[in-house]
Ligand binder design. Structure first.
Ligand code: AMP
Ligand code: ZN
Length: 461
């Protein structure tokens, strides 16, 4: 089965063939760590975590190298540090730790590597020197700029023409620029700003060169897949591509470029600048991470995803149904198997997660339940294997469905209702059932064994 991925560069879905199947490389532009990450920022992390899982499934765990960086030097970080009167790493260390915690809460696997920009300043200086020596960059008064007209391929990723590019980048018209589209590789720092010594004086790198250097250092000149949010296509990725390709004598930088669509609220992009952000850690206090994760996967990654509490509740109800099925065969032993082909096929088609979720629902639907009664071990193993590829269903069903501080109290009510039923006190039994329903507890009566109860999409317990 081939993996098909939509490539922003060719604007088409293509069969994915890594340069070396024993070392498949992917890079995701990570967060700028100066503030709490919002749920829009989580979308690329979760979506490309599914890609990472799928690649590991296809090529073997050992054969996939995934780097997701931290941008830990940036003017927004500098501004936050200056405002609080602390060094930048006080800010970046704090928000790196929070980001990792957020990702853990959403079931995102640790990438193979998490390089930080500030650990790669010598590599950036080295790459800039190469770009100057091969005439793709120039130095003026402490600034080093990439000279856009020196690279014929500029614009290939975003498909923008020159005027769009200049307008889109909101480029500064600066006296030291040879061309308005030229962009910064290195810029001078004032004594108060963070800076590093370089052949061009004390300064700091531009954002784009950070990713190019870290990719070169850890993954090589050419990588298989480069990912990020749609807003990074231009200028960030266009500039990364230009720098890396020019530093490597025209070598291909990334075979495949993948970009996720925006998470919106009331159809407007979620962004700090708009002021409509919902922090990941706040959501995690209110809802279970797995429901938030599934909500992020409920739309195809290239489509917009409009976010609301209802998006999470829908995902939650879906998880309730899946765990309910697993709970009904809790005593059956599962084994390690491949997910069913019908399921894997959906992800192999450019990560079609909405279709994958529909297949999951079929796997616990009426006809599946009938099949499961004949071979429950297979049904359970396959459902868990499919869940693992999406990063869900790894909890104990009992925990998902029943854990909570009021567990014993609910159990006591269920037992009491059962006693009422056995003495044919149906009005009392009904009364208790309605109390349980008000608390979003569903009771399943079973022939010959005590009833099974479960919670229905409630807030965090
Ligand atoms: P930033 O920290 O702003 O550089 O963003 C980190 C990642 O989140 C980038 O890949 C952005 O493209 C992505 N991103 C930011 N806002 C959204 C959004 N509303 N929806 C989807 N992705 C986003
Ligand atoms: Zn980047």
């Amino acid at each position: 089965m081939y993996l098909f991925l939509y490539n922003t560069l060719t604007r088409s879905k293509q069969a994915f063939e890594p340069a070396d199947p024993r070392r498949v490389t992917m890079y995701v532009c990570g967060p700028t760590v100066y503030n709490y990450a919002h749920i829009g920022n989580a979308r690329p992390a979760v979506v490309f975590d599914v890609l990472f899982r799928l690649l590991r499934h296809q090529f073997g765990k050992k054969h996939v190298v995934y780097a997701r960086n931290f941008t830990d030097v940036d003017d927004k970080i500098n501004a936050a540090a200056a405002e609080q009167g602390v060094p930048i790493n006080t800010i970046t260390n704090k928000y790196k730790a929070i980001y990792r915690q957020d990702m853990g809460g959403l079931g995102v696997l640790d990438p193979s590597l998490e390089p930080c920009a500030t650990d790669h300043i010598p590599q950036m200086i080295n790459m800039i020197e190469r770009l100057i020596s091969n005439k793709h960059a120039y130095h003026v008064d402490g600034h080093v700029l990439f000279h856009v007209p020196s690279y014929n391929g500029y614009g290939q990723l975003s498909g923008r023409n020159r005027d769009d590019m200049i307008a889109g980048a909101r480029v500064e018209v600066a006296p030291y620029k040879k061309d308005p589209a030229d962009f910064v590789l290195w810029k001078p720092s004032t004594p108060k700003q963070p800076g590093w010594n370089s052949p061009w004086g004390r300064g700091r790198p531009g954002w784009h060169i950070e990713c190019s250097s870290m990719i070169e250092e850890h993954l090589g000149e050419t990588i298989d897949i480069h990912c990020g949010g749609h807003d990074l296509i231009f200028p960030h990725h266009e500039n990364e591509l230009a720098q890396s390709s020019c530093a490597h004598g025209g070598a291909t930088f990334a075979q495949v470029w993948m970009h996720n669509g925006f998470l919106t609220m009331n159809k407007e992009k979620m962004a700090k600048s708009v002021g409509n952000v919902v922090a990941i850690h706040e959501l995690l206090e209110k809802y279970r991470g797995e429901a938030i994760r599934l909500a992020l996967l409920s739309a195809h990654y290239r489509q917009p995803l409009d976010w609301s509490d209802e998006t999470i509740l829908q995902a939650w109800r879906r998880l309730d149904n899946l765990y309910d099925f697993l709970d009904s065969i809790e005593n059956v032993k599962s084994t390690e198997v491949d997910p069913p082909t019908a399921f894997t096929k959906t992800l192999m088609d450019d990560l079609n997660t909405p279709k994958a979720l529909a297949v999951l629902s079929d796997m616990v639907g009426p006809s599946a339940v009938k099949l499961a009664s004949q071979n429950p071990a297979k049904a359970k193993s396959e459902l868990q294997a499919a869940g693992k590829l999406l990063g869900i269903l790894q909890e104990k069903p009992d925990t998902w469905l029943r854990a909570g501080p009021d567990r014993d109290e609910i159990q006591a009510l269920v037992d009491e209702r059962e006693r009422a039923r056995s003495t044919k006190n149906f009005s009392k039994a009904d009364e208790i059932r309605s109390m349980l329903t008000d608390r979003k507890i569903e009771v399943r009566d079973r022939l010959g064994s005590p009833p099974r109860w479960l919670r229905r999409a409630a807030t965090r317990v």
